[in-house]
Structures are given as structure tokens and as C-alpha cells.
Design a protein around this ligand. Structure first.
Ligand code: AMP
Ligand code: ZN
Length: 469
């Protein structure tokens, strides 16, 4: 039995889908105004593991994700600028071009991390009619009111508001850190439709029964998820920052429109990746991306391995040392896998059973990895280990089968390559001159240069060559 920690019930629940073997899974997608950072990517890897564990349990998963390409304002309190229009202006490009560029980058990053594509991907700008329909339904049922800048959801009319975060409206008001829009009846109320500013034309705007404007950020997720997965569905995920506003608002809109409760049965939230002592984010100015990982010569899957070593509900303190250790660990694992001779296979049943129990216990990937290593050290024959590794890798996605295609390291950039060939030639000359101390010095220098790229200098019978560590 698969058990998952449900934010809504605040306990470990047995997972029981509404219509087995089908499972509806909705994950909040990226706001495509910049490159995804390692924190964002951690969340998508956690969601990928969830989907793989569901499939491991023989569920047929429909996985839906939105792309927020309009409407996400710089403040969660419906204030400020549209993040995408702001980025477009800064880069002097149009908003759609910017959004598509970052969307492509996002999916390229996911692919590099061996994260499977969702089965359905929808863009906010391409589902406006659907969102307008939902807003109209809410208006007809009396959940909305109008202010000078938009149409708002009245959270006082929805008594269950706060069920996900466990905060009552009054507590939220007391804790509200954001400057409250005085036109709102309650600070927790949120925009369903925002009007384009008077006298200004936005790049992305649409007409509506209330005026020209654009949808509030939360509307898209309710509209898309219900269209694709039904008015009530199984699983909804995101990072923990979404619990108290975005997901609370999704629940309020959806349940108010349909009159059905619960909108979603299991809510799962991934903890943050942090840089020790700080939170990673654009506004904090400490964004690290997958390109930074590759530039330092680390394999993107080393980052995936690092993520799996921490439970998804614990903070992950990122450091280059931790990544280097994960990189080494994964390469050792691969070397071990590749050294096992290929023979007809039967698996290590006992370890497969323990692995299943671990992942079914709230996606306990650190425990699953410990079991994997224990199996590798066991007395089972190599062929049995290979068989079980193939089973484990359906969940882990770390290229642990002998035939796995593992993406290669990024090639060295032109400047480094040029510098290296100069130093190598100089060292060869020193060796010809039998100037051994100079040759050693140069070797040390070359290896220092190679180290961040995950490579070393190797003297082979064919002469010096650079190999991956
Ligand atoms: P966004 O593109 O800002 O909508 O965020 C995409 C996803 O990344 C959401 O599910 C967020 O909850 C999640 N997220 C944002 N920051 C972090 C972080 N530091 N660690 C983990 N997940 C994060
Ligand atoms: Zn969402």
C-alpha cells in the first residue's frame, strides 16, 4: 500500500485513487520569466519521483502541468507588475517571445535531469476562455465583487478558507506581511480578473464581461486542472511556498464553483532547496541554475542523485561540496553497475520488496538508496543485482542499467581548451628536456584547471589525454 503525507489531512494517508487504476496528478508549472533555479528544479524532480512511484505501483497516471505565461504578479497579493511583461521590457523583447524562450529552457533542463514530460501541458494564455467560464460561474454564485482594479474573490463567503494551511482568515490577517490593497474586503481576497491599467496598453490583454485585462494567477490552475482531470481529482503538488496562498486560493475557487468537496484528495508539497542560511531566489540575487552545475563539470544527474538523498519533505542545503560528493557517488555506482557481467537474470527479491516498501512510505528515496547500496554489497550474484537495479531505476532515473544512455559531460569551452593545450605542450617539452620538476609543476597546474570540469590529465601509451574523473 502506498502511503503519502497529505498536507490537507496533516498525516500519512493510504493512497486510494477515485477511479483506479487511473490517477489524476496536477503539478503547478513554472512562471516563464527567467531560468529555473536549482530550487525550482528540486520540486520538479520530487514530482517526477512521485509519478514514477505511482507507475511503479501500476497506476495509469495522467499528469497535467500548466505554464504560467501571463498574470503572475511580482507580489502574491495581486499587486505589482506582471513578471513576464517586466522581463520582456527589461530585455526589450515581446512578452510571448520571452515566455517561449524560458519555457523551452525549462523543458530542456527537465530533460537533462531525466524528469519525464507531463502527459498534458497547457499555457495560461491559451486557456483564457476556460478561465473566463470559471470566473463567470463564481460571479453567478455570488462569490465575487468588483473594485477599481479588478474582480475579486470574497473569501469571507467561503467558510472553509484556510483549510490547507490550517490558518483561519483572522490569523492570516494578523500575519499579513504584505501591504493590503485597501479596496479588498479581506486581505485574503484575491483577484480573479485584473483590469489593464487605465490609459495603458499591456502586451497581453483580453476583453471580458468586466473589462479589458488579464486573469489572476490562481485561476489558471483551477480551470485547467478541472478541465483535464475532473471537478474532483486525486493529487496536486507544488513547493511549500504554494500552500498558504496559491493552493488555498485554488481550493476556494474550485470548491465554490462546483459546490464539491474536496477539490483534491491528496496535496503534496516539496520542501525548499536552500543555500545554507538563505533562501534561493531571484530577488535574493543568489540564483544557481543547471548551467552552473554543468559549467563546473558536474553531471546533471549528480544533482538528481543529490536530491534523492534527501527526503522531499526535508530542507536540502545545497553546497558544491555536497554536489561533488554526489557526483563521485553516482560515478562509483555506474562503475560498479558496468563491471557486473551481463548474464540471464533473476532479481534480488528481498531487496526489491524492501525498496518497494521504502518508496511507498511517503517517497522515502534516502532509504531506497541505502537499500540499493546494501544490495550491491550483498552476496547475490551480479546478474541478480543487475535485474534489481533495472527495477529500482524505474523510480530513480539514474541510468543504473548496463545499457542506460547517460548524457555526457558538457564539452570544455574554447578558452579552457586553448589554455590546456598550451600547458600540455609545455609539459611535453619539459619531459623531453628531462626537467621533471617543471613537468610535475605543470601537471599540477593542468589538473587544477581541469578539476572544476570533473576531469584529470592521464598519461597513456598514446601520450597525454584528458579523461573524466
Ligand atoms: P515558480 O516558477 O516561481 O512558479 O516556481 C516553480 C516551482 O518551484 C513551484 O512549485 C515553487 O513552489 C517551487 N520553488 C520555488 N523556490 C523553491 C526552492 N527554493 N526550493 C524548492 N522549490 C522551490
Ligand atoms: Zn498552480
Amino acid at each position: 500500500m502506498l502511503k503519502l503525507y497529505n498536507t490537507l489531512t496533516r498525516r500519512l494517508d493510504n493512497f486510494q485513487p477515485i477511479n483506479p487504476p487511473h490517477v489524476g496528478l496536477y503539478t503547478c508549472g513554472p512562471t516563464v520569466y527567467g531560468t529555473a533555479h536549482l530550487g525550482n528544479l528540486r520540486t520538479y524532480v520530487f514530482e517526477d519521483v512521485l509519478r514514477r512511484v505511482l507507475e511503479f505501483n501500476r497506476f495509469a497516471v495522467k499528469h497535467v502541468m500548466n505554464i504560467t505565461d501571463v498574470g503572475h504578479l511580482t507580489s502574491d497579493a495581486d499587486e505589482g507588475e506582471d513578471k513576464i511583461e517586466r522581463a520582456a521590457r527589461a530585455l526589450k523583447r515581446d512578452a510571448v517571445t520571452i515566455a517561449r524562450q524560458y519555457e523551452n529552457e525549462f523543458f530542456r533542463d527537465l530533460e537533462r535531469l531525466n524528469v519525464r514530460q507531463p502527459t498534458t501541458i497547457l499555457r495560461a494564455t491559451e486557456t483564457i476562455a476556460l478561465q473566463l467560464e470559471l470566473i463567470k460561474r463564481l460571479q453567478e454564485k455570488g462569490f465575487t465583487y468588483r473594485t477599481s482594479d479588478g474582480l475579486y474573490f470574497d473569501t469571507a463567503k467561503f467558510p472553509r478558507y484556510g483549510q490547507l494551511s490550517g490558518q483561519r482568515v483572522a490569523e492570516k490577517m494578523a500575519g499579513a506581511r504584505v501591504k493590503v490593497n485597501p479596496a479588498k474586503r479581506q486581505p485574503t481576497d484575491f483577484a480573479l480578473w485584473k483590469f489593464s491599467p487605465p490609459g495603458a496598453k499591456r502586451q497581453m490583454e483580453w476583453s471580458s464581461p468586466w473589462g479589458v485585462g488579464f486573469p489572476g494567477w490562481h485561476v489558471e490552475c483551477s480551470a485547467m486542472s478541472m478541465k483535464e482531470l475532473g471537478e474532483q481529482f486525486d493529487l496536486h503538488t507544488g513547493g511549500i511556498d504554494h500552500i498558504s496562498i496559491h493552493h488555498e486560493n485554488e481550493i476556494a475557487q474550485s470548491e465554490a464553483a462546483t459546490g464539491k468537496h474536496p477539490f483534491v484528495r491528496y496535496w503534496l508539497h516539496g520542501e525548499f532547496l536552500i543555500l545554507p542560511g538563505q533562501r534561493m531566489g531571484k530577488s535574493e540575487g543568489n540564483m544557481l541554475t543547471l548551467d552552473d552545475v554543468a559549467k563546473r563539470g558536474f553531471h546533471p544527474w549528480a544533482f538528481r542523485y543529490l536530491i534523492l538523498q534527501t527526503h522531499f519533505r526535508s530542507k536540502l542545503a545545497f553546497s558544491w561540496d555536497a554536489l561533488a560528493a554526489a557526483d563521485q557517488g553516482l560515478k562509483r555506482l555506474w562503475a560498479f553497475v558496468d563491471s557486473i557481467p551481463e548474464q540471464p537474470r533473476i532479481g534480488c527479491a528481498e531487496f526489491e520488496e524492501r525498496f518497494r516498501q521504502a518508496v511507498n512510505n511517503d517517497l522515502d528515496t534516502p532509504q531506497a538508496l541505502a537499500i540499493l547500496h546494501e544490495m550491491l554489497r550483498s552476496d547475490y550474484p551480479g546478474r541478480a543485482k543487475l535485474q534489481s537495479l533495472a527495477v529500482f531505476d524505474r523510480v530513480l532515473g539514474l541510468g543504473l542499467t548496463a545499457t542506460a544512455e547517460r548524457p555526457h559531460l558538457q564539452p570544455l569551452d574554447a578558452t579552457t581548451t586553448e589554455r590546456l593545450s598550451r600547458l600540455i605542450a609545455e609539459r611535453e617539452q619539459a619531459r623531453t628536456d628531462k626537467n621533471w620538476s617543471r613537468a610535475d609543476q605543470l601537471r599540477h597546474h593542468i589538473n587544477q584547471l581541469l578539476e572544476p570540469h570533473g576531469r584529470v590529465l592521464d598519461d597513456t601509451s598514446d601520450g597525454p589525454s584528458i579523461r573524466v574523473r
